[in-house]
Write a protein that binds this ligand. Structure first.
Ligand SMILES: Nc1ncnc2c1ncn2[C@@H]1O[C@H](COP(=O)(O)OP(=O)(O)OP(=O)(O)O)[C@@H](O)[C@H]1O
Ligand SMILES: CC(C)(CO)[C@@H](O)C(=O)[O-]
Ligand code: BAL
Length: 288
C-alpha cells in the first residue's frame, strides 16, 4: 500500500504537484470522515489518472447551521489510511486560513435559482458556499493546466448539477466525472453524517431508499408513479421527518408533471429525497 503525501498549505501542494509533474491528474474534493462512497471516487480517479489528489476540508462557508458544522465528524488519521488503501497519492488537508487566505470572499459565486431549490431551500447559502470552495479547490489542485479530471458523487445530485453549470459557465479546464451512489448492505446511501445516527435511527433511515425503490419500480414498469404512496411511508416512521420527495428532470432539476398525476411514467427522471432523522439531515436519489 502506498502512503499518501499529506500537504497542509498551498505552497506545499504546489511543490508536490511540481515534483510529481503528472501526465494526468484526478482530483477528488471531500469534507473527510471518509467511507466506501469516497473510496469509490478515489478508485475511479486512480483508474484514469497518473496522479490522484484529494482534499479534506470542512468548508464552514457551506454550513448554514453552526451546530451541523461543529458536529461534522473529523478524523484525519483514519482518512489518510482509507485514502492510502484506495491508492491516493496526495492528501491536501488545509486549515481554513489557507483556503480563505485573503479573508472571506468579497467576490462571490451565485448559485442562482437552482441553488435555492430543495437543499438550497432548507440550507440557505449552502450552494453559494459550496461553489466558492469548489471553485478555489479546482484551481489549487491543478496549477499545471494539463489533463485534468474531477470526481463527484451522484449522491449529492443537486451539488453535481450546480458544479457542472459552474464549470461550463466559467470555462473551467476540467472534465467532470459522476460516480454512482455506494450504499450499505441494507440500502442506506453512505454518508459521513450517518456516523451521527443511533442504530435505531439508521434502521428508520432505510425508508429513504425503500420509498425511492417503490417509485423506481413503478417507473421501470411504466406505471403511474403515485408519489403520495412514497410520501405516506414516512408517516409510519416517527424518527424521520420528510423534507421533500420529488421526481425531477435530471438536468434542470425542475419537477416533472408525473408527480401528482395518473399518467403512466415514460422518459427519464430523477427521484430526489431529503429527510431529517433525529438531528441529522440525509439525502438520497435515484435515476428512473
Ligand atoms: N455514498 C456515496 N456514494 C458515492 N459518492 C459519495 C457518497 N457519499 C459521498 N459521496 C461523494 O463524496 C464527495 C465528498 O462528499 P462529503 O465529503 O460531503 O461526504 P458525504 O458522505 O457526502 O458527507 P455528508 O453527506 O455527511 O456531508 C462528494 O462528491 C459526495 O457526493
Ligand atoms: C464538494 C465539497 C467537498 C465542497 O466542500 C462538499 O460539498 C462535498 O463533500 O460534497
Ligand atoms: N456532501 C455535501 C456537503 C454538505 O452536506 O455540506
Amino acid at each position: 500500500m502506498n502512503t499518501p503525501k499529506i500537504v497542509k498549505t498551498r505552497a506545499e501542494l504546489k511543490a508536490a504537484m511540481a515534483a510529481a509533474n503528472p501526465g494526468s491528474l484526478g482530483f477528488v474534493p471531500t469534507m473527510g470522515a471518509l467511507h466506501s462512497g469516497h473510496a469509490s471516487l478515489f478508485k475511479a480517479a486512480r483508474e484514469e489518472n497518473e496522479l490522484v489528489v484529494i482534499s479534506v476540508f470542512v468548508n464552514e462557508l457551506q454550513f448554514n447551521d453552526a451546530n451541523d458544522y461543529a458536529k461534522y465528524p473529523r478524523q484525519l488519521d483514519a482518512d489518510v489510511q482509507l485514502a492510502a488503501a484506495a491508492g491516493v497519492d496526495i492528501v491536501f488537508a488545509p486549515e481554513a486560513s489557507e483556503i480563505y487566505h485573503a479573508g472571506l470572499p468579497l467576490v462571490k459565486l451565485d448559485s442562482g435559482a437552482l441553488g435555492e431549490m430543495y437543499e438550497g431551500a432548507s440550507r440557505p447559502g449552502h450552494f453559494d458556499g459550496m461553489l466558492a470552495v469548489v471553485a478555489k479547490l479546482l484551481h489549487l489542485a491543478d496549477p499545471r493546466r494539463g489533463e485534468y479530471r474531477a470526481y463527484f458523487g451522484q449522491k449529492d445530485a443537486q451539488q453535481l448539477v450546480l458544479i457542472r453549470r459552474m464549470v461550463a459557465d466559467l470555462d473551467y479546464p476540467v472534465e467532470l466525472r459522476a460516480v454512482p451512489i455506494v450504499r450499505s448492505d441494507k440500502g442506506l446511501a453512505l454518508s459521513s453524517r450517518n456516523a451521527l445516527l443511533s442504530e435505531e435511527e439508521k434502521e428508520a433511515a432505510l425508508v429513504l431508499h425503500r420509498s425511492i425503490q417503490l417509485i423506481a419500480g413503478r417507473a421501470a414498469r411504466n406505471e403511474p408513479l403515485y408519489i403520495e404512496d412514497a410520501i405516506g411511508m414516512y408517516q409510519m416512521e416517527p424518527l424521520v421527518e420528510l423534507d421533500y420527495f420529488v421526481v425531477v428532470n435530471p438536468d434542470t432539476l425542475q419537477e416533472l408533471a408525473f408527480n401528482c398525476q395518473d399518467t403512466p411514467f415514460t422518459g427519464e427522471g430523477l427521484v430526489l429525497v431529503a429527510a431529517k432523522v433525529g438531528n441529522v439531515r440525509l439525502i438520497d436519489n435515484q435515476p428512473i
